[in-house]
Design a protein around this ligand. Structure first.
Ligand code: NDP
Length: 480
């Protein structure tokens, strides 16, 4: 059985204590490999290697860093098929999706930050009348930790690693133990691209052991984390007393607000995608759909009809729209919400059942599910499910829907469908989220700030925000 290894100091290494975890294939429920269950000692080894690489890497010219990051990007593109297959196998997502979204975006992350670092600049402030000039240095932090989730494995892993490296830091990174494969393969590409030894170290293992060893390491100075809100709160509790820099990208329960004056067909097609792309396992999915009362019945009929056409199937089939959920425990968690909804007077309009895919009967497949709810306060409307389940309910006024949209503990993103300019301006202003999409969904420009408010996180990723996070500002004041 294939065993993947830690990537430390440019080499592939077994875990020091020789502990291993099984890695499951979600499409058939079988163990297909093993991964290191890394201990504190492995993290320490990674730290030692990162620390000794930092001296040189932080002084490497921006052109050279840029060249290496862009080379990594190119190699990911050359290896698109191999990486997409590995991602699909590990995560259960349709191969087509991995090919057009996950891997190309991982390549874009390296290309983007490889270019951005050559354009990153700091400020100077002349203290007029005091004969003094201040300038700000943006210095690399040192060794930083990057921890990512399983839903968009390489996409989110590289979204952290690329700016951290571009800014001259050395990195200890941990992918989710549920989806470690593409992170493992990335090590090979980094070597081929000429990334010096020790600049990036990838340790695999459980969050509670390997992840914990990273966040509590006294000399890892910054943690960039994407994952669940409860884990984020735990990380903040551990890291804050050590005054680490923290970037936390957490859960969401995003409203999708549909007004009668929208471009209906565009809205309908996009709403199917924003509900069920990646089996609904994207932090940006619009899982609470609010529809203006005058078109509610029509929307309900048309939406359900389209959702019924989605094909649940093996991830490698070309016509599969919905692949497997990532793991058995996650499938059980998502399914439990269907019962919770029924107990709260929700009406399942379509879906709600596990799917047995011929030849892969033990895979983790679930029908895309639409539930009509009568109250915005019910649990399926308040808690993050992170699977192929959306709720729908009608509204009458802007103020009513705004209140419902904001009435959750989360605040990651919102989608608004309308052609009314004043309404667009008012709602975009008042929605309590870090991101608002109007008449589109998940359209990304990597220069823009990305992140959430309330329980969806602290800090922003993307563009220069990420490069600011991964550097320390130092002011130098010179009197002349
Ligand atoms: P988790 O919070 O369970 O895990 C995220 C990562 O943290 C994993 O690598 C996990 O390791 C690790 N981890 C767990 N416990 C600790 C710990 N004590 N110390 C350090 N690391 C730890 O999230 P999921 O992987 O289940 O991902 C789903 C969540 O991610 C959802 O809530 C989703 O909304 C959120 N998310 C947010 C995004 C955003 O941009 N805001 C984007 C994508 C997802 P392991 O897997 O081994 O447990």
């Amino acid at each position: 059985m294939a065993r993947i290894k830690n990537y430390i100091n440019g080499n592939f290494q077994n875990p020091i204590l020789d502990n291993w975890l099984d890695n499951y294939n979600p499409s058939n429920g079988e163990v297909y490999g093993q991964i290191p269950n890394s201990s504190k000692e492995d993290v320490e080894k990674a730290y030692t290697s990162a620390k000794s690489a930092f001296k040189l890497w932080s002084q490497t010219t921006l052109e050279e860093r840029s060249r290496i990051l862009i080379k990594i990007s190119e190699l990911l593109e050359v290896n698109l098929q191999r990486f997409a297959e590995a991602e699909s196998l590990d995560n259960g997502k349709p191969l087509n999706l991995a090919k057009v979204v996950d891997i190309p975006r991982a390549a874009s992350n390296f290309r983007f930050f490889g270019n951005a670092i050559t354009q990153f600049a700091s400020e100077s402030h002349e203290s007029v009348g005091h004969q003094a000039i201040n300038y700000t240095l943006r210095q690399s932090i040192g060794v930083v930790g990057c921890i990512s989730p399983w839903n968009l494995p390489l996409y989110l892993f590289t979204w952290k690693i690329a700016p951290a490296l571009a800014a001259g830091n050395c990195v200890i990174a941990k992918p989710s133990e549920v989806t470690p494969m593409t992170a493992y393969l990335l090590g090979e590409i980094c070597n081929e691209a000429g990334l010096p030894e020790g600049v990036l170290n990838i340790v695999h293992g459980l969050g509670t052991t390997t992840g914990q060893a990273i966040i509590e390491h006294p000399n890892i100075k910054a943690i960039s984390f994407t994952g669940g809100t409860a884990t984020g709160a735990h990380i903040a509790k551990v890291a804050a007393p050590m005054f680490k820099k923290l970037s936390l990208e957490l859960g969401g329960k995003n409203p999708n607000i549909i007004f009668a004056d929208c471009d209906y067909e565009d809205m309908l097609n996009t709403t199917v995608r924003s509900s069920f792309a990646n089996q609904g396992q994207i932090c940006l999915c619009g899982s609470r759909i609010f529809v203006e009362a005058s078109i509610f019945e029509k929307f309900k009929k048309d939406f359900v009809e389209k959702v019924r056409q989605l094909k649940v199937g093996h991830p490698s089939n070309d016509d599969t729209n919905i692949g497997a959920l990532v793991s058995k425990p996650h499938l059980e968690k998502v399914k439990a919400y269907i019962d919770i909804a029924k107990n709260e007077n929700g009406t399942v309009l379509c879906g709600g059942n596990e799917v047995s895919v011929k030849g892969y009967e033990n895979g983790y497949y679930l029908e895309p599910t639409v539930i009509e709810v009568t109250s915005d306060e019910c649990r399926v409307n308040q808690e993050e499910i992170f699977g192929p389940i959306v709720t729908i309910m009608p509204f009458n006024t802007e103020d009513e829907v705004l209140e419902m949209a904001n009435n959750v503990k989360y605040g990651l993103s919102a989608t608004l469908w309308t052609n009314d300019l004043k309404r667009t301006m008012k709602l975009s202003n008042q929605l309590q989220t870090g991101i608002v999409w109007v008449n589109t969904w998940m359209m990304r420009d990597l220069r823009t700030p990305f992140g959430g408010v309330k329980a969806s996180g602290v800090g922003r990723e993307g563009g220069f925000e990420a490069l600011r996070f991964f550097t320390e500002a130092k002011n130098v004041c010179i009197k002349y």
